[in-house]
Design a protein around this ligand. Sequence first.
Ligand code: PLP
Length: 418
Amino acid sequence: YITLADFDPELAEAVRHEERRQEDHAELIASENYASPLVMAIQSSVFTNKYAEGYPGKRYYSGCEHVDTAERLAIERARALFNCDYANVQPHSGAQANAAVFLALTNPGDTVMGMNLAQGGHLTHGNPSNFSGRHYRIVPYGLDPETGLIDYDEMERIALEARPKMLIGGFSAYSRHKDWARMRAIADKVGAIFWVDMAHVAGLVAAGEYPDPLPHAHVVTSTTHKTLRGPRGGIILAKGQDEDFCKKLNSAVFPGIQGGPLMHVIAAKAVAFREALQPEFRAYQRQVLSNARAMAAVIQSRGYRIVSNGTDNHLILIDLSSLPYTGKDADAALSDAYITTNKNSVPNDPRSPFVTSGLRIGTPAVTTRGLGVAECEQLAGWLCDVLDALTSGEQALAKVRRRVREHVVALCRRYPVY
Ligand code: PLP
């Protein structure tokens, strides 16, 4: 067999369909992006065959001299990109990086404060369905219900009462800047470790377009595939920590929670970090922000409510709670119109996380394929057309979905991804 189509036609067809889907749909899922052809190519290199438990220069297997080079490059570039002195590039994913922080710096049963999932946090920040929520005493913080902004005074009050061992900053659905200095001051007041999970905004941070948590946090984790636009994976970073602290983090990743690192993915991280060190990356991140602001303005001008009344980053959370349909309905209707978003809880959402009253959208992926402000305004207009039609009856909705789908495909074909 020479090609996948010969050997495994079913799977080859799935890939072909996925390629078509990615080309023809407007990708507005805030956590997604398109990795570059180089990032994709190196993931299918021979590095995938190599076992390399341990760290560069200290492996449990022989034959690691070349994967050592790849990992050293990834570490050096991560440190240069984020201006820090410690980087672990081995976590298989963002959730793994977070598990390693818990394992390194806390003990089961400790009190930990994280942002409520329903108000913008992540599962691994203490949700009861996640290991973090099962093994720790989680005290959540959240938003001011009036403004949709983080209530730091309330956070401080809760911290003083609960005296957490660790305070988590970072989010999956918060569209504003976070005040890292204020959070560090709160952590210091109660003697807590301050950990920031910057997964969503890492690319913006790398480009200097979002407040940098590294000068404030004891430890920072991230995914590498969201705004950072690399392969799927995780990283752990720290600045100014002693050797003992960094050793604890390394041991928590391996042998703590992982076995052999994915060397082909680590090599792809090295490529992505080099891409992010180029001047074009900063221009890209600025465009991500301009596009998000432009979309938010259109959505608001069409009468839809945005949590926190706007955005300072790549994402927008639309609050549909006053409307007669759910986030799930909106997500499905938009998906039929080839606009991919995700349903998302809004603060004090009366509906379950599987149904929700909100919609999260983001601009990293469409910006990568070349859309600018004018195209994003158009796209936001079509998104609102579909939302409007959700209250106009099934026939009218079907008509709007069809029309929008045609516009979206035509726009996407003007901006091919690959
Ligand atoms: N942390 C945050 C803030 C996230 O938003 C996500 C994923 O969406 C993760 C961690 C988990 O990353 P992964 O899906 O790579 O495990």
